[in-house]
Design a protein around this ligand. Structure first.
Ligand code: SUO
Ligand code: CP
Length: 321
């Protein structure tokens, strides 16, 4: 693997899941794979899990890590070509990416969308610039439209949670549900989850209110049911996430609390496990009576971030030998 930008960079998802689970069992099996290599982590936005699980993954492989919170610790970066830099931005990505490529063997970047201009966000300006001007592999730590480390993590977690179904040749029923949130949130997590489930051996549906359908190019043939109760019938896995409207781009059209996930809603399911990428706002997105019970898989899921990142870094290191 040269770069890890989208879940489609994993050619064989099932094999990748099994290899990542091997790393979970034997974290130091490849402790020399990244010897004398440095991972640079660049954050344009906040993070808890992505930052620490990716650092941990790199260290398990013997890599050194350097983390930069770009907006608070470094110079503001300009991404536009040919611009007169007489404003607040002191450094151009053309220099920054080349300089960082001399310090780091792999660059991992988090840059959320502005959620104002759909076509601008879909250009993935920040990630693309690091790939264009830098000279080392790039890992997506959540960009405008994708969070592929989360998507891979979710596939690993669903594999673990549904092993007993798969053992009797039953495909798990997986539902992605929109839930309310006070802020306008990106589509990246939902997009990568949809793309991942399309590659996984599951029955998959999406449920969201009218006006919240995800990008049709990503959704493809996945059925969308606008009635949450109907969608949850016989679900084995309920993946919860808020996203802002895609059609009315970046807008919060509804904060309908009836879409919050609570214990009552799990009654018509196959004792569904509830997943969320975190951070989650309790009693807005998911109720305490789910998060504090056996129904919740969010801690296991967050733990698996390390193994997803470790698998990705190992594959990039192997390719770069
Ligand atoms: N990396 C995981 C999710 C990050 C982001 N959530 C957030 O910004 C939540 C912030 C808040 O709850 O205020 C998102 O939805 O893409
Ligand atoms: N799930 C996830 O990406 O978490 P952070 O935003 O804390 O990294």
């Amino acid at each position: 693997m040269k770069n890890y930008i989208s879940i489609n960079d994993i050619t064989n998802l099932e094999m990748a899941i099994k290899e990542a689970l091997y790393m979970k069992e034997y974290p130091y099996a490849f402790a020399k794979a990244g010897k004398q290599k440095t991972l640079g982590l660049l954050f344009f936005n906040s993070s808890l899990r992505t930052r620490l699980s990716t650092e941990k993954a790199a260290k398990n492989l013997g890599m050194e890590t350097m983390t930069l919170n770009v907006n608070s610790d470094s110079w503001q970066l300009e991404f536009e070509d040919g611009t007169v830099m007489d404003g607040t931005k002191a450094e151009h990505i053309k220099e920054a990416a080349q300089v960082l490529s001399q310090y780091c063997d792999v660059l991992a970047v988090r840059a959320f969308p502005g959620l104002v201009d759909k076509s601008q966000d879909e250009l993935e300006v920040v990630l693309s610039a690091f790939m264009q001007y830098g000279s080392v592999p790039v890992v997506n730590l959540e960009s405008s439209t994708a969070h592929p480390l989360q998507g891979f993590t979710d596939a690993i977690t669903i594999y673990e949670l549904t092993e007993s179904l798969c053992a009797v040749n039953k495909k798990p029923n997986v539902v992605l549900s929109w839930a309310p949130h006070p802020k306008a949130l990106p589509h990246a997590v939902a997009n990568s989850f949809v793309q991942t489930m399309q590659k996984a051996n599951v029955n998959f549906t999406i449920t969201n209110p009218e006006g919240y359908d995800l990008n049709p190019e990503i959704r493809g043939e996945v059925p969308v049911i606008h009635n949450q109760k109907e969608a949850f019938a016989n679900a084995d896995i309920i993946y919860v996430k808020n996203w802002s409207s895609y059609e009315d781009y970046g807008k919060v059209q509804s904060q309908d609390s009836n879409w919050m996930i609570n214990a009552e809603k799990l009654k018509g399911t196959n004792q569904a496990k509830v997943m969320h990428c975190l951070p989650v706002r309790r009693n807005v997105v998911i109720a305490d009576d789910v998060l504090d019970t056996e129904s919740s898989a969010v801690i296991q899921q967050a733990g698996n971030r390390t193994w997803a990142a470790q698998w990705v870094l190992k594959n990039i290191l192997d390719n770069d030998k």
